[in-house]
Write a protein that binds this ligand. Structure first.
Ligand code: NAG
Ligand code: NAG
Ligand code: NAG
Ligand code: NAG
Length: 579
């Protein structure tokens, strides 16, 4: 019998090891925390639920999408010479960085093109018509282009400039903006084959993609349905005692955040505090997206993926922290404020980061001495101990480390046992290195159940999860699972926890009637969160998780049968001989 197929998932350990008592004294933060990240709620990450983007017109051409254009006539790629700062030509056989353009979207058909060195493509009049260059740092009309897509093949495009004429690529000379034809013929010098290299689906993209009128509605709907008070009830009843809430810098400008961001995330965070309070839970505010982008990832709120946070944005970012600390600093269930999620080395230097962390720490301490201040380690090439001596001089701080066995080729080639060994050896020693007796506390602020290898069974996932809980359970501030809800199933803690309900069903002292009732309730619950289990699998589940007292009889009755229906099992269970 396919016992492994439906084995209980690992977070049953939450029940066993992390029972939380809500009757604690008011302000005391009981450590270590067992938290979950409310990812994709107040800072959108498209990969966690792509369908949010479904109704955006030209949704494959959002801000930050990287495109390449190949002239169909010349069979050559457009290239900003030297990566930017001079002319744009159409003479390359291969496309790489200089041949790649990042979109800034004005509306569904109007765009600016940002090049490798960050300038924008635009026109200069050099006497022989308008010549294409990439020299401007500030896109205006000359830097604005319409992408006209072929109705039959949306990746055949012609590019119209502000003067109403089309770009054309002739021989090796610079590209010009002086073509009046309208043919889609391959020999037409204005026709290009557009390759979409990659896209970004973050808060900027969804807000700007829907445009001012619709974005507000879409995001309000999302925020009010994705996480509700009922989720806090669910989390607390499953042994979690805190949430980590990623927020974006625009929250500090609510209710009138700068374009294209829309208001409402502040009210949602207020709600989170209230709901957490109702269920005895703590809140960690995590400044996940900062102006300029600290890592270029879609969850940093970036427009185009360039990492530009630094001194120029420091004061504004400190102001966001000041705003959050002023508003929530005296909430009894504020556990911590994270000053910046995942700054990326080397773009964010250690020196700049430490100066920012000191200012952010001071801002929090103006309002509260008891809330922790969380300092995220840098991603990328950086020593995991680089913040320890600085943090040693501060009170109530924690170092945040994120452990995913993903995102690197080395994990792709590991089998399950190697992943588990890696957790017990490497992660364990990494965590020990930032867990020092008199220094800052340690916090595994993100980890998840997903593994890079393909074809892992549920039992594999269970063992991998157990290893992580064993090791990350030693973090002195605690851990936060990524994430509460996610379309990808091994990322969704909610799904894990739902599945642990199976374990309750094995309790022996139930009548068959109660047992079947409970089973049907569980199936309904799962359906309510979008998990449908087919009838034949329900039959197997019933067989696998029946109390031992009648499992043996069931086993004998169905042993060797090729197919079993749900009806077979239910009627057997209901039959007198088992009662
Ligand atoms: C680049 O183009 C040249 C032809 O000019 C070709 O020989 C070469 O294989 C291409 N390189 C790559 C990496 O595609
Ligand atoms: C997009 O913006 C351009 C100006 O940049 C304007 O001419 C055009 O009508 C707009 N298109 C839509 C669909 O709003
Ligand atoms: C918390 O701070 C707010 C704003 O500073 C203030 O209005 C409120 O009275 C404070 N509450 C407590 C319990 O100190
Ligand atoms: C993803 O978004 C859609 C549309 O908003 C929603 O119906 C669905 O429940 C979401 N999925 C998850 C896992 O939240």
């Amino acid at each position: 019998m396919a016992k492994s197929t439906f084995s209980n998932l690992v977070l049953v350990f939450l029940f066993l090891t992390c029972y939380f008592s809500p009757s604690l004294a008011q302000n005391a933060i009981q450590l270590p925390l067992k938290a979950v990240n409310l990812g994709n709620w107040l800072v959108i990450e498209g990969w966690m639920n792509r369908s949010l983007f479904d109704n955006i017109p030209n949704k494959d051409l959002l801000d930050g999408t990287k495109v390449q254009f190949k002239s169909t006539k010349l069979q050559k790629y457009l290239c900003s010479e030297n990566g930017g700062g001079t002319t744009v030509v159409a003479n390359r056989d291969n496309a790489s960085g200089w041949e790649t353009f990042r979109l800034w979207r004005n509306n569904e058909s109007s765009f600016n093109f940002r090049v490798f060195n960050k300038q924008f493509v635009g026109l200069v009049n050099q006497g022989q018509g308008n010549t294409l260059v990439a020299v401007s740092n500030d896109p205006g009309d000359s830097e604005t282009f319409r992408i006209i897509r072929n109705e039959d093949d949306p990746n055949r495009v012609r590019i119209r400039t502000a003067n109403g004429l089309f770009l054309q690529a002739q021989s090796d000379s610079p590209v010009t903006a002086d073509y009046e034809g309208s043919s889609w013929d391959d020999n037409d010098p204005s026709v290009f084959e557009m390759t979409i290299v990659s896209g970004i689906q973050g808060e900027y993209q969804i807000s700007n993609g829907y445009g001012p009128e619709r974005a507000s509605q879409v995001l309000q709907d999302h925020r009010s349905t994705y996480i509700t008070e009922d989720d806090f009830r669910f989390m607390s009843s499953n042994g979690l005692n805190a949430v980590r809430v990623p927020v974006g810098w625009w929250i500090a400008h609510d209710p009138t955040p700068p374009h294209p961001f829309v208001s409402g995330s502040l009210q949602a965070l207020d709600n989170a505090f209230q709901w957490a309070q109702n269920y005895g839970m703590k809140v960690i505010i995590d400044l996940h997206a900062v102006q300029g982008s600290q890592n270029g990832n879609e969850h940093s709120g970036t427009r185009d993926g360039f990492q530009e946070w630094g001194d120029a944005y420091m004061q504004d970012t400190v102001s966001v922290i000041d705003f959050l600390a002023a508003r929530y600093g005296n909430k009894t269930n504020l556990a911590a404020i994270g000053l910046m999620n995942e700054p990326m080395s080397p773009g964010v230097t250690l020196d700049t980061l430490i100066r920012y962390y000191q200012l952010g720490y001071n801002a929090v301490r103006k309002y509260t001495s008891s809330a922790y201040v969380i300092l995220s380690n840098r991603l990328g090439p950086a020593d995991s101990k680089e913040l320890l001596s600085f943090a040693g001089g501060l009170a109530n701080v924690a170092i945040d480390v994120h452990y995913y066995n993903l995102y690197s080729d080395s994990f792709r080639s590991m089998n399950v046992q190697q992943n588990i060994d890696f957790v017990y050896n490497q992660r364990s020693s990494d965590l020990s290195a930032v867990t020092t007796p008199n220094g800052p506390l340690s916090f595994v602020g993100e980890w998840c159940g997903e593994i890079a290898m393909r074809g892992a069974s549920k039992e594999d996932y269970q063992r991998f999860g157990k290893a992580q809980l064993d090791v990350y359970g030693r973090a002195t501030f605690g851990w936060a699972y990524w994430a509460y809800k996610c379309d990808a199933k091994y990322w969704s803690l909610r799904l894990y926890l739902k599945q642990t309900m199976y374990s309750f069903m094995m309790v022996e002292d139930k009548s068959v009637g109660e047992y079947i009732d409970e089973f049907n309730k569980l199936i309904l619950d799962l359906e309510n969160i979008g998990v449908t289990i087919e009838d034949k699998d329900q039959a197997l589940l019933l067989l696998n998780y029946s109390p031992k007292s009648f499992a043996h009889t069931l086993d004998k009755m169905f042993y060797g049968r090729e197919s079993i229906t749900l009806d077979d099992v239910q009627s057997t269970l209901n039959s007198k001989e088992l009662n």
